[in-house]
Ligand binder design. Structure first.
Ligand SMILES: COc1cc(/C=C/C(=O)SCCNC(=O)CCNC(=O)[C@H](O)C(C)(C)COP(=O)(O)OP(=O)(O)OC[C@H]2O[C@@H](n3cnc4c(N)ncnc43)[C@H](O)[C@@H]2OP(=O)(O)O)ccc1O
Ligand SMILES: O=C(O)CCC(=O)C(=O)O
Ligand SMILES: [Fe+2]
Length: 387
C-alpha cells in the first residue's frame, strides 16, 4: 500500500482516503496534501479491495466522490424534463392477443422500450423482491463483504461496476448478479436474505419471458413459438442494482449510456426513478409505475428482427435523493451457443434483404466483451452494410 493510503484498521477508512480531484486538476488527499503522481488503476484496486462498493463510500460519509467516478462532461446526465403524459407505452398484457401483439410491435419498433401490467407476476412478489434485494445491499459491512466476488464459479457474484477495470470512469452503483438459466446458480451461494424471493421470481420471469417472446414472434409475423424454439430466453442473468445517494450527482452517473446486448430485458424498478432512454435524439424518463415491468429490446433481437425492432440506448442518473434506488433486471440470451443467429429467414426476401450476417452466440458474446466501451449497439459489428 502506498504512503498515500496509510495502513488503516477498518476498510471503510481507506475509502475516505481515495482522492477527490480539485477543480484545477491538482489531486489532494483527504488530509489536503498535494500529490503529483496519480495512478487511476491503484485507486480502482483500493476501491475494489474494500469489498464494500459505493454503499461503503456513502456509509463512510464521503461528501466528495473519488476521482475514479468522475465522468467526462459529454457523458454527464441531467434529469430529463418530465413529459406528460409519459410517452413510453404501458401495455396491458391481459388484453386481446391481436391488440397486444400490435402494441408490442409498435412499441418495440419505435421506443424499443415499453412497460407491461397484468403480466401475471404477483405484485406482492415484486414488492418483496425489491425489499429483500435492498436489504441485501444494506447488510452490515462485515456481512456484505463476505459476498463480494467477481468470479462466476457459483453463478452468484457481487461487485461494484461490471466494467470497473476496463471503463474510463466508474459509476455510482453496486450489483448482485446471478445466473438463473439454463442452470440456476448454486442455491447455497444466493444470499439468505433474498433467496426465496429470487427463486420465486425465477419461475415467474421464465414464464413471462416466454410469453413476451411469443408476442415478439407474432409481431414479426412468424409462428408464436419461433423465438422460444431458438432458445432466446434459455440463458437468463439477473442483476440487482443498488444506486445509493450520490453526494455529487453532477460529476458521475448511475449507469453509463449503453444498449443491452441480448434478446430482451425485463426490468423491475422501485419508485425512485432515474432510468432514461434515447428517443428521437432526446432523453426521456421511464417513470416508475408501481406493479409494472419495463421491457426492452436487446441488440440480438434487433438483429433477429432485421431492424423491425430497435435496441435503444439508455442510462441511469446518479441518485441525488437520500432514498437509495433499487432495480432488478433479467437479461435473456440464447442458451444454444453454437447455433447460427441472424435475421429470421422467414422475414427476409429479395425485397427485404438481410441487414446482418449470421453468427454463433459465442461469437456475439465475445464481441460484447471485446468491443470498445462506446455505449453503442453490437449490431453494427454484424451489419452487412459495412461490407
Ligand atoms: C467485464 O467486461 C466488460 C463489461 C462490459 C459491460 C458493459 C455494461 O455495463 S452494459 C450495461 C449493463 N449490462 C450488464 O451488466 C451486462 C449484464 N450481463 C449480461 O447481459 C450477461 O451476463 C451476458 C454478459 C450477456 C452473458 O450472458 P449469458 O450468455 O447468458 O451468460 P454466460 O453463459 O454466463 O456467459 C457467456 C459467455 O460470456 C463470458 N462472460 C460472462 N461474464 C463475463 C465477464 N464478466 N467477463 C468476461 N467474460 C464473461 C462467459 O465466460 C461465457 O463465455 P463462453 O466462452 O463460456 O461462452 C463491457 C465490456 C467489458 O469488457
Ligand atoms: O437500473 C436500471 O433502471 C437500468 C439497468 C440497466 O439498464 C442494465 O442493467 O442494463
Ligand atoms: Fe441496460
Amino acid at each position: 500500500m502506498s504512503s498515500l493510503f496509510p495502513k488503516l484498521e477498518h476498510p471503510l477508512k481507506v475509502l475516505t482516503h481515495l482522492r477527490p480531484k480539485t477543480k484545477t486538476g491538482t489531486i489532494m488527499t483527504s488530509v489536503t496534501q498535494p500529490v503529483l503522481a496519480f495512478n487511476r488503476q491503484d485507486d480502482v484496486k483500493k476501491f475494489e479491495d474494500t469489498k464494500l462498493g459505493v454503499k461503503g463510500l456513502v456509509d463512510s460519509g464521503v461528501t466528495q466522490i473519488p476521482s475514479i467516478f468522475h465522468h467526462p462532461p459529454e457523458s454527464l446526465i441531467n434529469s430529463a424534463p418530465d413529459t406528460d403524459p409519459d410517452p413510453i407505452p404501458v401495455i396491458d398484457l391481459s388484453g386481446p392477443t391481436p391488440e397486444v401483439v400490435d402494441q408490442v410491435r409498435k412499441a418495440a419498433g419505435t421506443f424499443g422500450f415499453f412497460q407491461v401490467v397484468n403480466h401475471g407476476v404477483p405484485v406482492s412478489l415484486l414488492d418483496r423482491l425489491v425489499k429483500t434485494v435492498k436489504a441485501f445491499h444494506e447488510l452490515p459491512p462485515e456481512e456484505r463483504m463476505k459476498h463480494y466476488r467477481r468470479d462466476m464459479a457459483t453463478g452468484v457474484t457481487y461487485f461494484s461496476n461490471i466494467d470497473l477495470f476496463v471503463s474510463k470512469a466508474a459509476s455510482w452503483r453496486d450489483t448482485l448478479q446471478l445466473r438463473l438459466g439454463p442452470t440456476m446458480a448454486d442455491i447455497d451461494a444466493i444470499p439468505d436474505i433474498c433467496r426465496n424471493e429470487i427463486l420465486e421470481w425465477d419461475k415467474e420471469v421464465k414464464q413471462l419471458t416466454e410469453k413476451l417472446l411469443g408476442l415478439f414472434s407474432q409481431g414479426l409475423g412468424v409462428k408464436a413459438d419461433k423465438l422460444t424454439e431458438m432458445s432466446c430466453s434459455g440463458g437468463r442473468v439477473m442483476v440487482g442494482h443498488y444506486y445509493p445517494y450520490c453526494p455529487e450527482p453532477n460529476k458521475t452517473v448511475g449507469i453509463a449510456c449503453h444498449t443491452d446486448p441480448g434478446v430482451l430485458t425485463v426490468l423491475l424498478q422501485d419508485q425512485v426513478g432515474g432510468l432514461q432512454i434515447k428517443h428521437e435524439g432526446n432523453w426521456v424518463n421511464v417513470k416508475p409505475v408501481h406493479g409494472a415491468l419495463v421491457i426492452n429490446v436487446g441488440d440480438l433481437l434487433q438483429i433477429l428482427s432485421n431492424d423491425k425492432y430497435t435496441s435503444v440506448e439508455h442510462r441511469v442518473y446518479a441518485n441525488p435523493q437520500h432514498e437509495p434506488r433499487v432495480s432488478i433486471a433479467v437479461f435473456c440470451n440464447p442458451s444454444k451457443r453454437d447455433d447460427l443467429y441472424g435475421p429470421l429467414p422467414e422475414i427476409v426476401s429479395p425485397r427485404e434483404p438481410a441487414h446482418y450476417q449470421q453468427f454463433t452466440y459465442s461469437e456475439f458474446i465475445n464481441r460484447f466483451f471485446k468491443k470498445e466501451l462506446d455505449g453503442k449497439s453490437l449490431a453494427k459489428y454484424f451489419s452487412l452494410e459495412n461490407e
